[in-house]
Design a binder for this molecule. Structure first.
Ligand SMILES: O=C(O)CCC(=O)C(=O)O
Ligand SMILES: [Fe+2]
Length: 209
């Protein structure tokens, strides 16, 4: 009975359907205004508050690589998010993510059972060299998710563009606020070009068990 009830309750969501068809056809999707201006402001405020209260750490790659090697590959600072300790603004974020995941699991049988997200700050002159997100042997990562929390008026000349390396060529994506990029973690090589202005984001992964 409960299955029948859910089937009747199911409402098609055109935004999610676009994401699904984009990923099926081109392995990535770029969504403008996935988060509204107000939501971006609230999430940016949370990021900055956490930076003061909890502190961010230099992002590592692989195991215990020394800092020089790390800095030559990526220079961002990160803080993992904890849904159980989410503040009001972060709950807005997780509610939207959970809604998307529920939809993906119902319609595409993706079997997303875990997720992980971190805030990221790219200070001036930092970057993240070309990589795939499953390089740490984390083959549970299915979909990578990035959303940009920069101030209104972010300009292309600030740098920090995400470049996806696709069979058909390079896809350059500027980190405009509210924009979300979702792509297949196991397949798409990508890179964050050097920034000359601090760049703020949330990055995460939707994972199978
Ligand atoms: O911030 C971005 O645009 C991508 C970040 C990224 O590739 C990563 O954290 O693995
Ligand atoms: Fe990445």
């Amino acid at each position: 009975m409960s299955h029948l009830f859910e089937a009747i309750e199911f409402v098609e969501n055109s935004l999610y359907e676009k994401i699904i068809s984009d990923i099926a056809t081109q392995r990535y999707s770029v969504i403008e205004n996935f988060f509204s201006d107000d939501e971006v402001s609230l999430l940016r405020a949370s990021l900055l508050e956490r930076q003061i209260e909890d502190g961010f750490k230099k992002a590592a790659i692989g195991n215990k690589l020394n800092e020089t090697i790390v800095k030559s590959i990526r220079g961002d600072l990160i803080l993992w998010m904890d849904e159980d300790k989410a503040n009001h603004n972060e709950l807005l974020f997780f509610n939207k993510i959970n809604d998307l995941v529920t939809y993906l699991n119902k319609t595409c049988f993706l079997g997303i059972l875990q997720k992980e997200f971190h805030y990221a700050i790219y200070p001036k002159n930092t970057f993240y060299k070309k990589h795939i997100d499953t390089f740490q042997n984390d083959d549970k990562r299915k979909l990578s998710f990035v959303c940009y929390l920069n101030e209104d008026g972010w300009l292309p000349e600030y740098g920090g563009e995400l470049v996806l390396y696709l069979n058909e060529g390079e896809k350059v994506i500027y980190p405009f606020p509210g924009r979300v990029v979702i792509f297949e973690s196991q397949i798409i090589e990508h890179e964050v070009k050097p920034v000359n202005t601090e760049r703020l984001s949330i990055t995460g992964w939707l994972k199978t068990r």
